[in-house]
Design a protein around this ligand. Structure first.
Ligand code: PDD
Length: 284
């Protein structure tokens, strides 16, 4: 049976219980991280813990653990779930308190972590690409915070699925922001464009890796927004996330992207990404 971490203890998942008064449950008052684990080692842990800190700052919560404590807990959780490849989920909520919009005083935050299966990225998606649809970005104005309040993302992703697509690409004020569960990239004339890091997008950890790999190999990349029209005429479109890596979008709103097959710039980035995954130590 899988083991989870809850408020200082490791326990079998069916024994883990949280109060119905938890503000995560009642108000969605919490933040989270998803960290891939390859061969028993967490990938880009430092980046994930830095983003967790900035999400906690964004919702005005104190970090309940030091980075060393997070790391030690994560390493134990990986081991207790037999190493290998995993997808770790961490969540911190403001804790259990009588329901009130105002922050409670002196309440202990709820810290939860679990290990999920990290499904291998599907070969057919790498070979042929995925389908995406564009949808209005109906989310709030603090998308840089990795908040557990994912109802808009969930609605958007479900709408994409029901349209026969794997991802929704979101449009705000005429510009592409990101995917419902991923960052987005557009390639035009050999240059990669991705939205700048601001409150309209999540600062993806995979996005940081893509930017670093592009810089290292001399592929031009601009952290600059693109319009819906640029998106529709792009040579290549991709999405990235910790669990899906970097995937090409070859069908957008029912039309072929470029020639309709994964493009050469994506191929190059994917090769670099696969090498990087194998090479890096955990603390990056
Ligand atoms: N989500 N943007 C959004 C809205 C996301 O939900 C995600 C990832 C990303 C990519 O971030 P990263 O590269 O750090 O995974 C961008 C995770 C995987 C999830 O919610 O399950």
């Amino acid at each position: 049976m899988k083991e989870v971490y809850l408020n200082g203890d490791f326990l079998p998942e069916i024994e883990a219980k949280v109060s119905v008064f938890d503000r995560g449950f009642l108000l969605g008052d919490g933040v989270y991280e998803v960290i891939p684990v390859y061969d028993g080692r967490s990938f880009q842990l430092r980046g994930h813990l830095e983003r967790l800190q900035s999400s906690l700052d964004g919702v005005r919560m104190k970090n309940p653990l030091t980075n060393a404590e997070w790391q030690a807990m994560i390493e134990q959780l990986i081991e207790r779930n037999d190493g290998g490849n995993q997808s770790l989920y961490l969540q911190v909520t403001r804790g259990a308190a009588p329901r009130d919009h105002l922050f409670p005083q002196g309440v202990t935050p709820t810290i939860f972590a679990m290990s999920n299966l990290l499904h291998p990225v599907e070969e057919k998606y790498k070979k042929h690409g995925i389908a995406a649809i564009t949808l209005p970005d109906i989310r709030w104005h603090n998308c840089n915070i990795k908040a557990i309040t994912l109802l808009p993302n969930s609605l958007l992703k479900q709408q994409a699925l029901e349209a026969g697509a794997q991802e929704a690409l979101l449009i705000r004020d005429g510009y592409l922001t990101e995917g419902a569960t991923s960052n987005a990239y557009v390639v035009i004339n050999g240059t990669i464009y991705t939205s700048p890091k601001d409150e309209k997008v999540l600062p993806g950890i995979t996005r940081e890796v893509v930017i670093a790999l592009a810089a290292k190999s001399g592929i031009p990349l601009l952290e600059q927004g693109v319009t819906l029209s640029d998106l529709k005429h792009a040579d290549e479109v991709w999405v990235s996330s910790s669990t899906k890596e970097v995937l090409p979008v070859t069908l957008l709103d029912g039309n072929k992207v470029g020639s309709g097959i994964p493009g050469p710039v994506w191929q190059q980035i994917d090769v670099l990404y696969q090498h990087y995954k194998k090479d890096v130590a955990t603390w990056h």
